[in-house]
Design a protein around this ligand. Structure first.
Ligand SMILES: [Zn+2]
Length: 116
């Protein structure tokens, strides 16, 4: 139950943004803009020109970025971002709530994970 997930999560959290932040970036360019303003363009690879929003990552060239977007880590990330339900649920699963006894009674958000 999302255990293998947890390791990657903590790992990526160290050098990139949280998924929920990225989600906000995708929904609101303003949010993304605010984040990018905190960085000095000169310090970024490719002067911050090539940025993958989904992965919160900068690239040195367009080629690098295009290559990255075809890659597995990016696709995995894009998929994670599409799958909404990993906020409260994930947290509850981590502390052992909702294991087994509760059947997927999804009320919030209209996201049904275990749909038939
Ligand atoms: Zn990416």
């Amino acid at each position: 139950m999302g255990v293998g997930n947890k390791r990657t999560l903590t790992k990526t959290r160290r050098h990139t943004r949280d998924l929920d932040q990225i989600k906000a970036d995708l929904l609101s360019p303003k949010h993304l803009d605010q984040f990018q303003k905190t960085k000095a363009k000169e310090d970024l690879p490719g002067l911050g020109k090539w940025y993958c929003v989904e992965c919160a990552k900068y690239f040195e060239s367009e080629v690098n970025m295009v290559f990255h977007k075809k890659g597995k880590p990016h696709k995995r990330r894009a998929k994670q971002l599409l799958e909404e339900p990993f906020t409260q649920k994930e947290a509850e699963a981590a502390v052992g709530i909702g294991l087994g006894t509760q059947q997927s009674t999804n009320t919030a958000g209209g996201e049904v994970v275990m749909a038939t």
